[in-house]
Every structure is written in C-alpha cells, then in structure tokens.
Design a protein around this ligand. Structure first.
Ligand code: UGA
Length: 448
C-alpha cells in the first residue's frame, strides 16, 4: 500500500518507519526542510532506541522516503495519516488543533480518488467530525473517509509498542475504511493483535481515557507511598499485593516523583477541559492533575529534609533529568521542579543525564552546572538525588561515590536501591514510600 504520513515528529516517524517495515511504501512529510534533509541523510531528530537502525534499513530497502511536498505525495496515497502536534493551547489547556486543521485543508486540496485520512495525533472528541467537515468544505469532490486511530506508544519503547500492541483502536464512520485499515495493520492482525473497530468519537475518547487512567493509577500509588512513609508500610509490597489482583494489574504502580512527559500532563489537562465543555466534569482527573503538580515540587522538600532541613550553600548532585529513561525528552520532567525548588532554597545543583543535557539547558535554571558522569556529579556533593532511573544508575559503585562526596546522602526517588545495601556502604538513604532505616521502627513504636 502507498501511505503518506504528515508530520515527521515522534509519532509520525515511528508510525512511518514501522509501517514501512511491514512492507508498505511510506513517505513521511514535514514542512521543516532541515528536518527532512537530515532524515534523508539518516540523521534522526529524536533519541529513541532502535529507530535510527530501522529508518536506515527501510530507506535502503526503498520502502521509506521523506518529502516536504504534500501536494506531490498525497495524490498517489491510499492512506494519509495526520501525525502533527496538538500542544496544550497557551492559557486554557485545550489541545491546539490549528496544525491538524491546516493539514486537513491541504490534504483535501490534494487527494485523488478514494483516500482514507487517519488522525493519529491525540485529538479531542469530535475532531474527526471537524476534519471531515473541513475536507468536504475545502474540496466538495474529495472522496475521503476520516478514521481515528490513536497511538499508544511509550517513549523509549515505541517501536516495540507499535509492533506488539495490546490493541489497535480504529474509529470509523465509513465502512469502506474498515478493509483499508485492516490491510494497513495486516501483519499485526496476523500476529493476533486485536483490531478494535468503534465509532470515531469513541476511539478519540479511548485515547484520553487510557492516558488519564494510567496517570491516575500512578498518582494513586504515589499517595499510597506518602501514606506508607507516614505509617511505616512499604509501597513496593503494597503495589505487589494489589497488582497481583488481575482486576488491578501490576503495571504503572511504581511510586516516584510524579509523572511527566509530553503526554500525561497535556492529555489529562485536555480531558478536564473536554469534560467542562460537555458539562460532564472529570473530577478524578482534575484532582490527579493537581496532586501531580504539587508532588514534583514537594520532592525538593524531601531532598531538603534528607539534608537536615537546610540546603543553603550545599551542593546537590542530580542523577537523571529526562522525564523517564531511554529518551532525551525533558518536557514536564519532575527534575525541572525539583531542581528549581533546591535552587530557590539556596542549593548549588550539579546534574548529569545520559541523553537529556542538551534539551535540559533550555528548560532548567541557568545556575545548574553539568557533569559528564554520575561520578563527576558526586565530587564534593553534600547529597545525591536519583531522579530518573537510567540503567547506568542502577549499579553505581557506591564506595567510589562516597569517597568523593562531602557527606554520603542518597535520595532515591525511583526506589532503585535497597536500604540495607546502601546503608552497608555508609550512606544515609531515603526513598519513596519505603521504611528507611529507623523510620519504620519509630513509627511502629509510636503506634504502640
Ligand atoms: C504514555 C503512555 O504510556 C502511552 O501509552 C501513550 O501512547 C503515550 O503516553 C502518548 O500518549 O503518546 P510516555 O509518556 O512515553 O507514554 O511514558 P510512560 O512510560 O507512560 O511514563 C509517563 C510518566 O509516568 C513518566 O514520567 C514515568 O516516570 C511515570 N511513571 C510511569 C511512574 O511514575 N510510575 C509508573 O509506574 C509508570
């Protein structure tokens, strides 16, 4: 099949390269000439494991190409995916659909013969209807079926998520689109991935409901972690204890510094706005958003407490800046708020991240110094804070760290280490929602 993908960002690129890998003939279109030139030379604008190799293989296999010329590519394409950004609109949190609408107009003017136009971007309920209306108004002769096909890709695991999905959601209003989309996803269908056909509005809502539910699940376990700290219980065991119940499920129950990234913060906010627009308030999601916002900053107070209540003039080393490992994405990363909280209280911050330091320089306080490794961060530090659980932070040489630090304090916001092993190396250790050292005993005593 000939497929055009409009928007060579994260979602567009992963979708395009994976569909090319299935054997389709794919062209990724973007207005950014420099990005297209770079992609043609094999330079990938984002860090995503496996992406660069897969792009190269499919370009040299002749199945994947890049272009800035939508008018030339769309006429020969049976399917056109819209994968442009839907950022939070400045001021009101609604998803900004101006890029999606602009692409709909351009595609409408260029289509030739029956074409399926698929929204892959995360868009509010009713956007598919609006895209269909824009296409009909721009080109009344266009023979187009508009489909909603939300993505469920996690950064850092996007290719695997695309090739081994739990489900593929396809919101259609025109029966002709069913066979076309079945053909697009044929290799996955043969692998038994369920194709779920729904109405278009339902598909659009499934995407927001999925992300909001996961954000809520994380926020729930984060609040349970706080309660564990107050009562002397262990959040990892609570998570395991509830996660073994199939109705709850074990995933997304890792307590931490709060969720970040380009999706959960934006999509939860957009769902709240959709609820308000339809006079159907999303109270649980509203509360989730508020709790998560406060939590990121609260983590800096946790660090300050671990440093004896005062960080003025102290050097705090931060390990990990990106919102999660295996990405260079800094958007809404908890590290931003944590670092700001520490600097506002007079700390000097030194940070290291395996992939995120270039984007971090744009987003975090200019007073932060950067180091080239975890061990360099530790030099003369009064405390280390593990913010993002990159693999290279999972088995650090604790003796080596301790030797170069001023005081051996480790605040582990991802529960990577165990208290007993860190204490053995002479560290004062605190983590999230787990009894750290004497805390459990003292609370147990207080309760008696
Ligand atoms: C998320 C969803 O997981 C994808 O299904 C979805 O397609 C994507 O958003 C999107 O809408 O495009 P992503 O933001 O890449 O993917 O990353 P996640 O792995 O979901 O992590 C999000 C945040 O939650 C991170 O800050 C992570 O550290 C945090 N998290 C995750 C926890 O704190 N605890 C957990 O148990 C899981």
């Amino acid at each position: 099949m000939k497929i055009a993908i409009v928007g060579a960002g994260y979602v567009g690129l992963v979708t395009g390269v994976c569909l090319a890998d299935f054997g389709h003939e794919v062209t990724c279109i973007d207005t950014d000439q420099r990005k297209i030139d770079a992609l043609e030379k094999g330079v990938i604008p984002i860090y995503e494991p496996g992406l660069s190799e897969l792009v190269k293989a499919n370009v040299s296999g002749g199945r994947l190409s890049f272009s800035t010329d939508l008018k030339a590519v769309v006429p020969g394409s049976e399917v056109v995916f819209i994968a442009v950004g839907t950022p939070s609109r400045r001021g009101d949190g609604h998803a900004d659909l101006s890029y999606v609408h602009a692409v709909a107009r351009e595609v409408a003017a260029a289509v030739d013969g029956f074409t399926v136009v698929v929204t892959k971007s995360t868009v509010p309920v009713g956007t598919g209807d609006e895209v269909a209306r824009i296409i009909a108004a721009t080109n009344p002769a266009a023979d187009v079926a508009v489909v909603s096909n939300p993505e469920f890709l996690r950064e850092g695991a996007a290719i695997d998520d695309f090739k081994r999905p739990d489900r593929i959601v396809l919101g259609i209003e025109d029966e002709r689109a069913r066979s076309v989309m079945t053909e697009v996803y044929r290799p996955l269908y043969l692998n038994q991935a369920p194709l779920m056909f729904t109405g278009r509005r339902t598909a659009e809502l499934i995407k927001y409901a999925a992300n909001a539910f996961l954000a809520m699940k994380i926020t729930f376990i984060n609040e349970i972690a706080d309660l564990c700290e107050a009562t002397g219980a262990d959040v990892q065991q609570v998570a395991r204890g509830i996660g073994l119940d199939n109705r709850i499920g074990a995933k997304f129950l890792h307590a931490g510094p709060g969720y970040g990234g380009s999706c959960f913060p934006k999509d939860t906010l957009a769902l709240v706005k959709i609820g308000q627009d339809y006079d159907s308030p999303m109270r649980l999601v509203e509360t989730t958003v508020a709790i998560n916002d406060q939590r990121k900053r609260a983590m800096s107070r946790k660090v300050i407490a671990a440093c004896g209540g005062d960080v003025r003039g102290k050097t705090i080393g931060v390990l990990g800046l990106t919102f999660k490992p295996n990405t260079d994405d800094m958007r809404e990363a908890p590290s931003i708020d944590i670092i700001q909280g520490l600097i506002d209280r007079g700390a000097h911050v030194v940070a290291y991240d395996p992939q995120g330091m270039v984007p971090a320089r744009e987003l975090i306080d200019k007073k932060v110094d950067f180091a080239d490794s975890a061990y360099e961060v530790a030099v003369d530090a009064d405390a280390l804070v593990l913010v993002t659980e990159w693999n290279e932070f999972r088995s650090l040489d604790l003796d080596r760290l301790k030797r170069s630090m001023k005081t051996a304090v480790l605040v582990d916001l991802r529960n990577v280490y165990r208290h007993d092993e860190v204490a053995k190396h002479g560290f004062e250790y605190s983590s999230v929602g787990r009894p750290d050292g004497g805390i459990a005993e003292s609370v147990a005593n207080a309760a008696e």
